[in-house]
Design a protein around this ligand. Structure first.
Ligand code: AMP
Ligand code: GLY
Length: 300
């Protein structure tokens, strides 16, 4: 098979490295790739959002299968665009990738289907959000609705910090249009675990657990990032927890997406937190995690 991987990070490097181990893989391309990836695959200078160019490349080079690594093209509908041209591609369609690309959508889905998560409210009006904040206990968590490179979540210890964060998101557009709508969420505490899983739309198969380091700077002094480092397995995630998560979180999420006519095919990433009230979903991603993939795929 000729395979095209779309993306340019450590995650895509790992995906290429793993695919290359398959006896089915003859030639692997990566768009746009990076210097490390070029040791394993032929890098093609096409950006991940240049759908037309990627489709032409796939057709001209008789690519059998394309694997999308990143969130932005998935949210932008790259899978729909490839399928429309009859090309085989791995990842969720746009209407399912919304599980990651809108936090308001994913929170509402969890509420509707009783999937455990932090309590929250959604706002698209600055004054209403400000008024709501004044009645909440601190710390509190503010999340931009849309994609923000993993940096759109702010944990605020005081009301002043929260009001400042709200202003930056909704008035100063720190995260662009991703912050036009925001989620204000209850602050939870506990160890976090990332579970990546394969999903064919109906059946879900989790991979081994991992944990990532979110905060910048030594001793967790900085803001959240998309992930500064990672290890696998998680120390606290037991078989028993895995079983419970399958019953209360993983399968219910897949079933909920079917009921919403948004069948999810691809990787569902569950960002979980083990709180004193049990496991809760902190976030969903619609793709392999970065950097978790770098420690999970070598163990697969
Ligand atoms: P997210 O992008 O939603 O995963 O949020 C990024 C990180 O912010 C998470 O991995 C947590 O470390 C933290 N976080 C998000 N939501 C909450 C919450 N409700 N309570 C405490 N920490 C949170
Ligand atoms: N490591 C978190 C993420 O991939 O979003």
């Amino acid at each position: 098979m000729k395979i095209l991987v779309v993306g340019s990070g450590g995650r895509e490097h790992t995906i290429v490295w793993k695919l290359k181990q398959s006896p089915l893989a003859d030639k692997i391309y990566c768009a746009p790739g990076n210097a490390g990836i070029s040791e394993l695959a032929e890098c093609v200078p096409i950006g991940a959002m240049e759908f037309d160019k990627l489709i032409s490349f796939a057709k001209e080079n008789a690519i059998d299968y394309t694997v999308i690594g990143m969130d932005d093209p998935l949210a932008g509908g790259i899978v729909d665009a490839f399928e429309k041209e009859g090309l085989k591609v791995f990842g969720p369609r746009q209407n399912a990738a919304i599980l990651e690309s809108s936090k308001a959508f994913s929170k509402d889905l969890m509420k509707k289907y009783n999937i455990p998560t932090a309590s929250y409210e959604v706002f698209d009006d600055y004054e209403a959000a400000k008024e709501y904040l004044q009645k909440q206990s601190m710390p509190i968590v503010l999340k931009a609705d849309g994609l923000a490179l993993g940096k759109g979540v702010l944990i605020c210890k005081t009301l002043e910090e929260a009001e400042q964060a709200l202003k930056e998101m909704m008035k100063e557009h720190k995260f662009g249009s991703a912050g036009n709508k925001i989620v204000i969420e209850e602050f939870l505490e506990g160890p976090e675990v990332s579970i990546l899983s394969f999903c064919d739309g109906k059946t879900i198969i989790p991979m081994v657990s991992a944990q990532d380091h979110k905060r910048a700077f030594d001793n967790d002094k900085g803001l959240n990032t998309g992930g500064m480092g990672t290890f696998s397995p998680s120390k606290f995630y037991t078989e028993e927890m895995a079983k419970k998560c399958m019953e209360t979180i993983f399968q219910p999420t897949v079933d909920a997406m079917i009921k919403e006519n948004r069948k999810f095919v691809g990787i569902i990433y569950f960002g979980l937190m083990y709180t004193k009230n049990g496991m809760k979903v902190i976030e969903y991603n619609a793709r392999f995690g970065d950097p978790e993939t770098q420690v999970i795929l070598p163990r697969l």
